[in-house]
Write a protein that binds this ligand. Structure first.
Ligand code: BGC
Length: 482
């Protein structure tokens, strides 16, 4: 198809495109307003009274030096996979060896029974140890860092009370409970030779793993199925930890759980589609920020827009076609939007094929144009809103120049996410335009080191080290640290 006819065809839906642009575009002023509110909310979360962002202390009380050593296991209970690693932090500064295995996280476990989840995890760990160590009866117990990437209050580093499930998990009997005894009971029942040293969040792991190799790293972020960040705070700025009675400059990594930002719906520019996502999620009213940004929801947002434009607008896109596949909730994930945004062809032929194979829909040129623009709008909004969180932490800490370590499927795979985020940071923080495109931004969001593997091992190492030095803050089971 030639460009001219394609452009003509797209005229038909220009009104709809314009409306969507109005709904999904977040201008600089709005970004700044969101960021300022975010700074206040971060502070509120650290106060005794608290706020909607949990700001959970993690009991990680130093950055790594690069000279940590030892062999550790790490378990990552992510959304899609279970990953088990053995990490050896070597004598060489900032270096490590890693062996790892991935196990599928069966979909039915995510909404099944708690016991089945823990048993499955214990089985995977046992399998890993048997493969790599042989006879378990003859070996010493190994220290484990467990990456449990859900909001958990941690009165201790070896304890975690799940505040609520996020990312589509919904297993009864775990919310409000300490997950560690459940996990340990499953290990004991199967005789798995492991002692839990630290329960960690993926963001804290990302922060520590990234700081291991780059001392400019001050924030760890995940932009994946879920979305969150961790950074190092001073205990003197954490009123809810005043009882610790430590010197004000003692560091404490904070797992922000910023997905909960603006649960009150005061500043985020929510559309009717965001409201639907929330209402139909297992936890309405929770994770307002995350639901506009995270990979789990991007495809669903797109789907809701498409269904709405088919059913309710004068345009009636995909008119006369069977859209039953498109009507199925969560049938599209963020990789579908990535593929649309990556379609290199002017006539969007890859997008047309995608609609045909995945949804059984024949999209005409005007519809394809609308599809592409919708994906761009949703992806751009996600990146720009994400930048508000990063800017807020930097503003709160007074960082004018630093590195931010980021991981997750959206950050690593979604086209233009990084550039769009960087552009938004520039607008929020009023940086002048670059004179040389190769110039570093004052605050750079970079690909992180492996947080739930190396980061978990480092946190286990840092914890063992500080216990040895007599710092027992946040240690529930000292016997696990010898
Ligand atoms: C969880 C966080 C996690 C983030 C990224 C969110 O849904 O609540 O604990 O860090 O996802 O995985």
């Amino acid at each position: 198809m030639c460009l001219g006819s394609f452009a003509d065809a797209s005229q038909g839906l220009s009104k709809e495109i314009e409306q969507l642009e109005g709904l999904f575009t977040v201008e600089t002023q709005k970004l700044k307003q969101i960021t300022d509110h975010f700074v206040n909310e971060l502070e509120k979360g650290l106060s005794v009274k608290g706020g909607s962002i949990p700001m959970n202390p993690t009991w990680v009380m130093s950055y790594p030096t690069g000279y940590e050593t030892g062999t550790f296991l790490a378990l990552d209970m992510g959304g899609t996979n279970l990953r088990v690693c053995q990490i050896t932090l070597t004598d060489q500064k900032s270096e490590f060896d890693i062996i790892q295995s991935k196990y599928r996280m069966p979909e039915e476990l995510k909404t099944g029974q708690a016991d089945e989840l823990w048993e499955y995890i214990a089985d995977c760990l046992m399998q890993f140890i048997e493969t790599h160590h042989g006879d378990v009866s003859k070996m010493d117990t190994l220290p484990l860092g467990f990456t449990f990437s859900y909001p958990a209050t941690q009165n201790y580093i070896d304890e975690g009370v799940l505040q609520r499930w996020t990312k589509g998990f919904d297993i009864a009997g775990v919310e409000g409970e300490n997950v560690v005894p459940m996990f340990e009971a499953a290990l004991a029942a199967k005789g798995v030779p492991i002692k839990l040293t630290a329960l960690i969040n993926d963001t804290t792991g990302t922060l520590i793993a990234s700081a291991y190799t780059d001392t400019k790293m001050k924030i760890g972020c995940i932009f994946g199925t879920g979305c969150n960040a961790a950074y190092m705070e001073d205990c003197g700025s954490i009123p809810k930890l005043a009882h610790l009675d430590v010197s004000p400059d003692t560091p404490m990594a904070i797992n922000c759980e910023w997905g909960a930002f603006d649960n009150e719906h005061l500043v985020l520019p929510r559309t009717q589609y965001d409201v639907t996502i929330d209402n139909e999620s297992p936890r309405p009213g929770q994770q307002a920020f995350e639901k506009m940004i995270a990979g789990l929801y991007l495809g669903e947002l797109f789907r809701l827009v498409m269904v709405d434009l088919h059913d309710n607008h004068s345009a009636h896109i995909f008119s006369g076609q069977d859209i039953s596949k498109l009507r199925r909730p969560y049938t599209l994930d963020s990789s579908f939007l990535s593929a649309i945004e990556e379609d290199p062809f002017e006539n969007l032929s890859e997008t047309r094929d995608l609609f045909h194979t995945k949804l059984g829909i024949e999209a005409n040129p005007a519809e394809l144009e609308l599809v592409r623009r919708t994906a761009e709008l949703i992806g751009t909004r996600a990146a720009r809103l994400s930048a508000c969180g990063v800017a807020a932490i930097c503003k709160k800490k007074g960082y004018t120049s630093c590195h931010v370590g980021a991981d997750g499927s959206v950050f690593n795979k979604y086209p233009h996410f990084k550039a769009r985020g960087a552009q938004a940071l520039r607008e929020i923080l009023d940086w002048p335009e670059k004179t040389d495109p190769k110039e570093e931004d004052p605050i750079e969001i970079l690909a992180a080191e492996d947080g739930s593997g190396v980061g978990a091992a480092l946190i286990a190492a840092l914890t063992l080290k500080r216990v040895k030095e007599g710092n027992m803050h946040g240690i529930l089971h000292p016997e696990n640290f010898h």
